[in-house]
Design a protein around this ligand. Sequence first.
Ligand SMILES: Cc1cc2nc3c(=O)[nH]c(=O)nc-3n(C[C@H](O)[C@H](O)[C@H](O)COP(=O)(O)O)c2cc1C
Length: 177
Amino acid sequence: MQHPATPRLAWAITGSGHFLGECLALVESRTDVDLFLTRAAAEVLVMYGVDLKRLRERITCYRDGAASAPPVARFYQGIYSRLVIAPATSNTVAKMVCGISDTLVTNIYAQAGKCRVPSIVFACDTAPAMQTEAPGGQVMVYPRRIDLENVERLRGFEYTTVVDSVAALAAALALPP
Ligand SMILES: Cc1cc2nc3c(=O)[nH]c(=O)nc-3n(C[C@H](O)[C@H](O)[C@H](O)COP(=O)(O)O)c2cc1C
């Protein structure tokens, strides 16, 4: 199969408000991004005031609507040089470290790995106490031991870089794939 000369960036958003605006700003600053949304992401984006219809007018957007995650085929076609999952919920991280692929985003993470496409994961739960953005403003959250352990386990996965901040995400994106 012939691969495209200019590979694109696959960017997955999960159902998290953690630095969601900053992640979207990074997405919007680029012209090479296709978006992949979990069902929860499609709901949560609206709760944070994002107009999904207008977003889809600007950026190609794949939503989670089928059990077999048909857009994974795009990874077999060499369309993407990298996958970014930002922000990544504790739910999606837990599934990824268990090898579960039952949403669009956990499926593309699995297929990216199987196609040796590197992934950058901006996990939400990286400290025992942290401020995060709720729809009404900033709140304190206290990730559980299981959430923190899952992030640590993910750091050891092949073809996976875990980042803990928006600055680290931007720095990882600035590196060649
Ligand atoms: C407004 C809102 C904000 C949320 N923010 C987070 C978050 O920062 N981190 C997280 O792990 N879950 C968060 N959740 C919960 C997830 O959306 C929920 O666990 C969902 O099942 C995740 O599904 P997904 O991983 O397939 O996207 C949030 C939910 C809502 C309604």
